[in-house]
Each structure stands twice: as C-alpha cells, then as structure tokens.
Design a binder for this molecule. Structure first.
Ligand SMILES: NC(=O)c1ccc[n+]([C@@H]2O[C@H](COP(=O)([O-])OP(=O)(O)OC[C@H]3O[C@@H](n4cnc5c(N)ncnc54)[C@H](OP(=O)(O)O)[C@@H]3O)[C@@H](O)[C@H]2O)c1
Length: 230
C-alpha cells in the first residue's frame, strides 16, 4: 500500500537516497530542507525551510494542513560541528537542529496520529550516541538525547498503535562524517535499504553495523573506567 511520507532532510546524503527508494516503490514523498530538492520541480513537493527556525513548528503545521495526513515521517536532518576551542558558537545550533527540531517534528505529528490510532516515526541516529567524543561533543550529545528520547517514546506509544523506530548508523559515505578513520563505511543507498526495511518491520531500534556497535560499546566501557579512576 503506497504511503504518504514526510521526509525531513532529504536534499542530500541518506535522506536523498531514501527519497529515491521511496519514489521507486510508488510512495508519495513531501520533503523539507534548507536547499531545494535535487529532483527539481518535476520531483515531489519540497519545502525549503530551516528546521532550527523558531517558527518551524508553525510552518510544519501549515505544511501538514496542505499536504497531510502523513502515514510516516522519516527524520534524516542533522549537522555536525567539530569543537575548536575557544569557539563554541555552533555547539547549541547542533543540538537545535539534530535533537530539538526532531522533538518539535514528533510533537507536531503525534496529536493527529493519536486520533487516528496509527503512524510511524523513523529517526536517524548514530552508533556514536553512546560514547564521549571530545572532537565533536555536541554531535554525540545530540544523538544521545535523540536515541534516548525516541526509544522512550516508542515504549510509551506502542500500546496506542503508533510506531517509533530509532536507527543507529555507523559510517555512511556522505559529507557529514569528518572522522579520519571510517571503518565499515556504507554507501547512502546501502543505508537507505535499512531505512526501507524498517518501514515495514517497524523495530523500536536498529543498530548497523552491529560489530561497530559492539566496538563502540567497548570504547565507552574503557572511557567509563577512566572516568571512574580519575
Ligand atoms: N553519514 C554518516 O556517517 C552518519 C552516521 C550515523 C548517523 N548519521 C545520521 O544520518 C542522518 C543523515 O545524515 P547524512 O550523512 O545523510 O547527512 P548530510 O548528507 O549532511 O544530509 C543532511 C540533510 O539534512 C538537511 N539539513 C541539515 N540542516 C538542516 C536544517 N537546519 N534545516 C533543514 N534541513 C537541514 C540537509 O539539507 P540542507 O543542507 O539543504 O538543509 C541534508 O538534506 C543524520 O541524522 C546523521 O546524524 C549519519
């Protein structure tokens, strides 16, 4: 059954790859990002919008009134910012885009979904949500909050027919990751296949690649030991 899908952050990277897969499977997509859709005016409806704008929830409500109701929302938008002391000017912005805007998006969709007794929210998080990253603390902190919030909401809303999926990705070959070493990196199209699978299987959480998840868990354990000993 074709779905009507709101895709936040689909002008590039994984969001753009997911959009291509959704359209190829006959789903309807409405996209949002700061730059126009790479698919041009022939492509699906696209709203040029900065989701960290204070008026974002209001603008999203208007978009939903025009294009809704949506069966599913896929939240792919994020920015990263390396920490270059003493410049802390971008730290709060990363939290605003990656975490706060996601909370606003879910809060705007939920009342309608609660009335309908159905809806599916898929959020793209990171395997780095569980370790202390001194090079980009705002990014990993935004994902720590993102994952914790979505899994808690998933457990809360399951009994009311609403599904929430948190996908924790390892490295994906887009402009976002700045790490010098990117083991087990996947392409955006490979990442999109996992998102497409979640559209039907609706897990609460998916971590890929699992082996990298275990490795990061090990690093986090060592970090905790160092903190405990310090
Ligand atoms: N790539 C990786 O290695 C990796 C690993 C783990 C998790 N993830 C997660 O996967 C998701 C997608 O990442 P990606 O690698 O595909 O990143 P990307 O290529 O940088 O794409 C990010 C998307 O978000 C949009 N966006 C950014 N800031 C926005 C804003 N203020 N308002 C509206 N849209 C905004 C961008 O569009 P505009 O610039 O046009 O606004 C773009 O479409 C993110 O949540 C990321 O944290 C990525």
């Amino acid at each position: 059954m074709p779905k009507k899908i709101l895709l936040i952050g689909n002008s590039d990277g994984i969001g753009a790859a997911v959009t291509r897969s959704l359209l190829a499977q006959g789903h309807q997509v409405v996209g949002v990002s700061r730059s126009p859709s790479p698919l041009g005016i022939e492509g699906p409806r696209h709203m040029v919008l900065d989701i960290s704008d204070p008026h974002y929830p209001e603008t999203l409500r208007r978009l939903m009134a025009e294009e809704g109701p949506f069966d599913t929302c896929i939240f792919c938008a994020a920015i990263g910012s390396g920490l270059h002391l003493p410049d802390l000017s971008q730290e709060a912005k990363v939290i605003d885009v990656n975490f706060t805007a996601m909370v606003h998006t879910l809060a705007t969709l939920l009342p309608g979904w609660l009335k309908q007794g159905q809806g599916h929210f898929i959020g793209l998080s990171s395997l780095a949500d569980d370790f202390y990253n001194t090079d980009a603390p705002s990014y990993t902190a935004s994902k720590a909050g993102f994952s914790n919030y979505l899994v808690a909401m998933a457990l809360k809303l399951k009994s009311q027919g609403i599904s929430i999926t948190n996908i924790r990705f390892g490295f994906v070959d887009t402009k976002l990751p700045k790490a010098s070493w990117k083991p087990l990196m996947m392409t955006p199209d490979q990442a999109a296949t996992y998102v497409m699978r979640c559209l039907t299987t609706k897990p609460i959480q998916l971590s890929v690649p699992k082996i990298l998840g275990f490795a990061l868990y090990g690093i986090r354990w060592i970090q905790s030991l160092r903190i405990w000993l310090s």
